[in-house]
Design a binder for this molecule. Structure first.
Ligand SMILES: [Zn+2]
Length: 434
């Protein structure tokens, strides 16, 4: 059959319309990777070290982190995902509150340090300059949950000395001084609302130390209070937009606007529960919807990435789906960040905005936090939390040490003085009778 030139032209158009989207997709991925080679990801939250405890009891000699496949994270995948810096979450379960949360936290800090010192691909850093200078995957430490400081500013300071650079004010439980977004999940301190006076001291001490204040997992009133008090920009290390999915862990628009004024950032989580509120199809587009919304409300300079890989809670229905394991399709592990950047390019995000998302926005916040520290304007926090606010019988009150020493004889002091009087009277009677 013969075709005239017009028919041939139309046929060519149809053919191209099929081919162009495909080559366009490919070029988006290529553009994403080109961008990420120069601007590697800083990720605000990864719970891999909790998996090290659960699966290997922190025995690094029992596992090869380059090729480990039981987790979302291994070193080869981090390299494939163009990760330049990772905040390793030092997280201990809320059930350790008022028990051995501090010991467990120290053990998790220890395992991060051992991991990052024993693999040549990794390097521990504690400053914004350290991230810039590193040619490896820079390791940073974040403590996830205020219960880890056991209501003690001194413990907070010692964590800073050990290299911890953020504290999440709560996990899924209230502490004696801060309210969690999932306060119904545990029975701790049900009457705490927002930040107490001691909680405000914690925020001020973090400003003084140069520790980032992380508001993921906190209640909206805790977040608002911290944003009001903090002299430095704050972060949400792994949260998303409440207007897109009304999960209690997500950030509503009024707080996003407050965050913009504070010049802080929200590092958007990839956790399917928090992104999709139970919807069946969860993919890279679901995640990008959160990015688009936050950009509209708070601007592109307020956004970062906080995947939460290896951190999805056991209650998640997505755990039952072995294909996604709690994360959107196309974002199954730490090698998949280029898919997100490709999708944002497709939605019209420009390269400056994406460099901000990948690392520049976080670096700006970290530098500002260090600047507030270096201003040296604040006094060391010496406040102690009142015993009655903690209500923990395991807590020894050394401020009343003398009383406790007397009590340790096994008699109340009134009984002891009565016995002493009796001895003296007996002695006097015996003396006069003799
Ligand atoms: Zn978390």
């Amino acid at each position: 059959m013969k075709r005239n030139p017009t028919q041939l032209f139309l046929w060519l158009l149809v053919f191209l319309s099929d081919v162009v989207p495909f080559s366009n997709e490919k070029s988006l991925r290529e553009r994403a990777i080109e961008l990420m080679q120069d601007t590697r990801v800083i990720d605000g939250h990864n719970d891999f070290v909790l998996r090290l405890r659960m699966f290997y009891q922190n025995r690094l000699s029992k596992v090869n982190l380059r090729e480990l496949n039981r987790t979302h994270t291994n070193l080869k995948k981090l390299q494939a995902g163009y990760v330049g810096a990772q905040f390793w979450s030092v997280y201990v379960l809320c059930s350790a509150q008022n028990k051995d949360a501090v010991r467990l936290t120290l053990e998790q800090i220890d395992v991060v340090k051992r991991m990052c010192n024993s693999y040549k691909e990794l390097e521990l850093v504690t400053t914004s300059q350290g991230i810039l200078d590193s040619r490896k995957i820079a390791c940073l430490i974040g403590v996830e949950g205020g219960h880890s400081i056991d209501s003690s500013l001194a413990t907070l300071r010692m964590y800073y000395d050990l290299g911890v650079r953020y504290l999440t004010l709560t996990h899924s439980c209230n502490t004696p001084w801060s309210e969690s977004s999932s306060k119904g999940m545990h029975s701790f301190y049900p009457n705490v609302a927002g930040l107490t006076a001691f909680g405000q001291e914690v925020v001020k001490e973090m400003n003084r130390l140069g520790m980032l204040i992380d508001l993921s997992h906190t209640s909206h009133s805790t977040a608002k209070a911290a944003l009001r008090i903090s002299k430095a920009p704050v972060i949400f290390s792994h949260s998303s937009a409440f207007a897109v999915c009304n999960h209690a862990r997500n950030v509503p628009d009024d707080i996003l606007q407050q965050l913009k004024r504070n010049k802080g950032i929200i590092m958007v989580t990839f956790n399917a529960d928090v992104l999709a509120c139970g919807r069946k199809v969860v993919n890279v587009s679901t995640l990008a919807d959160h990015f688009d919304h936050i950009k509209k409300i708070a601007g592109p300079e307020s956004i970062g990435i906080g995947s939460d890989y290896d951190g999805v809670e056991h209650s998640s229905i997505y755990l039952l789906r072995s294909d996604t394991f709690g994360f959107p399709e196309g974002l199954e592990d730490v090698s998949k960040y280029p898919s997100l950047i490709g999708e944002l390019l497709r939605r019209g995000w420009n390269e400056t905005e994406l460099k901000g998302v990948l690392r520049e926005n976080f670096l700006r916040v970290f530098r500002e936090v260090e600047k507030v520290r270096d201003s040296g304007l604040m006094d060391v926090g010496e406040r102690e939390i009142p015993q009655e606010e903690v209500q923990n019988s395991c807590r020894l009150d050394l401020n009343n040490y003398r009383l406790q020493t007397v009590a340790s004889f096994g008699f109340p002091s009134v009984v002891q003085s009565f016995s002493l009087t009796l001895v003296i009277i007996t002695y006097v009677i015996l003396y006069y009778e003799s």
